[in-house]
Design a protein around this ligand. Structure first.
Ligand code: ADP
Ligand code: MG
Length: 416
């Protein structure tokens, strides 16, 4: 039968009430929407995951190392090629549809001349940059839906972009690596959608590997995968506190890093970014920096070394050492980089206090959003329940908690 080749499709149980849906429910939904909207069956289904960063925070713009995983929550996209240069989209999660002409993506309008809805700018942006890059992009009928929560910091947007990039690669028959697709999708998000994100989200979504984390050098874009030991669950805990002050504080931090590089490069001529400063060199020259700039730079310098060393710990199978690095990362993000908030601190403390926790920290830009913890998967259910209880008691907010595992990157997951 049709979609049996999709991993776990048959084995998934549906739990109700189910805020973001489960795999089988999503697949059934997109297939029935497809039949309703377009008639017949799609050619194939693409699965494209969200991501979470385990370590290496606020270092991407310092040319440092990040250590994300693709998670087992994803966008599912059912696609059928059509002969006209039209892309007809149905997005049940948005209760909306849109059709645009591939030759007119620059105008960001649908076939009726109305502005494209925001959600349709992600696929249209991908089509736009692929065509700009000289790649064949065909018309399609498509339905997509997702269980990556939107706006929670798990990169639902990169998941949408990569889903379409993989679909057009499949239909166009051209070759591009995961990293090349990630770069094209980043360009779509930066230039077409107008969101100034780094490469990590698209990278992780494109190159994820089951049961492995990815370490990416943000300067060279070299990357490797490292094993996550069996029996370790990735617990993503959304504080449900949405970011405030995020943008101006983010710009301040970037400016402090640039300032630190200017001052340190005067005595360390090979320093182009904070990633070039060793902890030992930093200790020798920290007094060149004003106290606040020194705090900011110290987090980045330590976080860079910590991330590279922590990847080594995973190679050795030492998840306990990795957990300690996560705790340390939270400490310097909170005390030196000062991008935490009461809710994130409450969530991280609650996680760290529970049996079976290897380590926990804020993940993403900070000032709200999610924490991530590694926990013994044998206790994942009680961990989730107790974490929610302790967080709610401390912060007065109901969290959303997702127990995840590292998954494969965006791929054609099943065919008709
Ligand atoms: P995130 O942190 O989740 O990436 P963004 O604001 O960057 O948050 O991207 C979220 C946007 O991506 C949504 O507002 C929507 O436009 C688009 N998007 C994400 N998931 C879906 C989906 N399932 N269906 C349609 N559009 C989606
Ligand atoms: Mg996003």
């Amino acid at each position: 039968m049709l979609w049996r080749s999709i991993p776990h499709y048959e084995s998934v149980t549906i739990r109700a009430p189910c805020p973001f849906g489960q795999l089988k429910m999503i697949l059934d939904s997109i297939l029935s929407h497809f039949r309703e909207s377009f008639g017949g069956e799609p050619d194939f289904v693409v699965r494209s995951p969200g991501r979470v960063n385990l370590l290496g925070e606020h270092v991407d713009y310092n040319d440092g190392w990040v250590l994300p995983v693709a998670i087992d929550r994803a966008v599912y996209l059912a696609v059928r090629q059509c002969d006209s240069p039209l892309v007809s989209l149905n997005a049940p999660d948005m209760n909306d549809g849109a059709t645009f002409r591939l030759t007119e993506t620059a105008q960001k309008k649908n076939v009726n001349g109305h502005p494209l809805p925001d959600w349709a700018r992600y696929p249209a942006g991908v089509a736009h940059v692929l065509r700009e890059a000289g790649l064949a992009v065909t018309g399609m009928d498509a339905v997509f839906a997702s269980d990556v929560p939107v706006g929670a910091g798990l990169s639902s947007s990169a998941a949408v972009e990569l889903a379409f990039a993989v679909a057009w690669r499949e239909l166009g028959g051209w070759q591009k690596s995961g990293m090349e697709l990630a770069q094209l999708c980043q360009r779509a998000e930066n230039q077409y959608v107008g969101v100034n994100c780094g490469i990590m989200d698209q990278f992780a979504c494109a190159n994820g590997q089951a049961d492995r984390a990815l370490i990416l050098d943000c300067r060279t874009l070299d990357w490797q995968s490292v094993p996550l030991p069996p029996g370790v669950a990735i617990v993503i805990a959304d504080t449900t506190k949405r970011r405030e002050l995020g943008k101006s504080e983010y710009n301040n931090r970037r400016a402090a890093c640039e300032e630190a590089v200017r001052a340190l490069a005067a005595v360390l001529p090979n320093v182009r970014a904070l990633r070039d400063v060793s902890e030992a060199d930093f200790e020798r020259h920290a007094d060149l920096l004003d106290p606040v700039t020194a705090k900011r730079a110290r987090h980045v310098v330590e976080e860079c070394e910590r991330t590279v060393k922590a990847a080594e710990s995973l190679r050795r199978g030492d998840v306990a050492a990795f957990g300690v690095a996560m705790n340390e990362s939270h400490r310097t993000l909170r005390d030196l980089y000062e991008v935490s908030c009461a809710e994130l601190d409450a969530m991280v403390s609650a996680a760290q206090s529970l049996d079976g926790c290897y380590g926990a920290r804020l993940t993403g830009a900070g000032f709200g959003g999610c924490a991530v913890a590694l926990a013994d998967s044998a206790v994942a259910d009680s961990f989730k329940r107790d974490l929610a209880k302790r967080y709610e008691a401390a912060a007065g907010l109901k969290p959303e908690i997702y127990v995840c595992k590292a998954s494969e990157g965006a791929e054609v997951a099943g065919r008709g």
